[in-house]
Design a protein around this ligand. Sequence first.
Ligand code: GSH
Length: 254
Amino acid sequence: MIDVHYWPTPNGWKVTIMLEECGLDYSIVPVDIGGGDQFKAEFLAISPNNRMPAIIDHEPLGGGPSLALFESGAILEYLAEKTGRFLPVDPAGKYRTLQWVHWQMANLGPMMGNANHFKNYAKNIADDPAQLEYATRRFVGEVDRLAGVLDAQLSVNRHIAGEDYSIADIITWPWAFLLARMSDESAWETFPNLKRWVDEVGARPAVDAGRRVGSDLGRKELTAEEEKARQDLLFNQTNDKVRAARKAAARAAR
Ligand SMILES: N[C@@H](CCC(=O)N[C@@H](CS)C(=O)NCC(=O)O)C(=O)O
């Protein structure tokens, strides 16, 4: 059994989609990131970067005690190796796939996350419209550039790393299908090869099932005050929060 420390967001969906694709048994442990669960000592013990997703595999590859892992890229690579699925074993195919997994982790995910922040959230809280305009242009521009990279790759390949469906597709889809939200509706006309792939991958039953996991978790109607507290928690993070959480846990353990 694999415990998945999870909240229904693009980075969380990568893991549930992979688990559904592989037919592995898993159980969801909700991490309410708007409510501060990511700063709890028990979560930091498995995910020191105070971000979900994280997993604990109670029957790990190679045997031994339960294995805790954080970072969705590492989790997908691990599950691929454990099941022998969605990652070629021949070195060329393996690294052709992993280069796109790393590309997603270092580029598409973070840039889309920042574009989403400035385009869809910061407008309500930023006090300097010029700075907001600059930041939005910078990250939405990066999303546009990266969508172009994917579109070109998908103009000559059925899937991201070549003919076969792989963890490069599983890790990229949960962000890529949100492209219009991070840029604008016309994006799908600008990037037709990307659109073809988003629709094809989105039609896979495991992708649909993985994306629906815990969809009720994040749906609570928040009061204006609760929404402000959630945004303060998510958008104003320095090292103090993690230090305070660790200190409180150490005090409680004494
Ligand atoms: N690189 C990490 C990113 C994880 C990440 O950013 N998770 C977000 C939700 S999508 C989170 O846990 N946010 C909590 C917070 O901002 O405090 C991964 O891919 O696993």
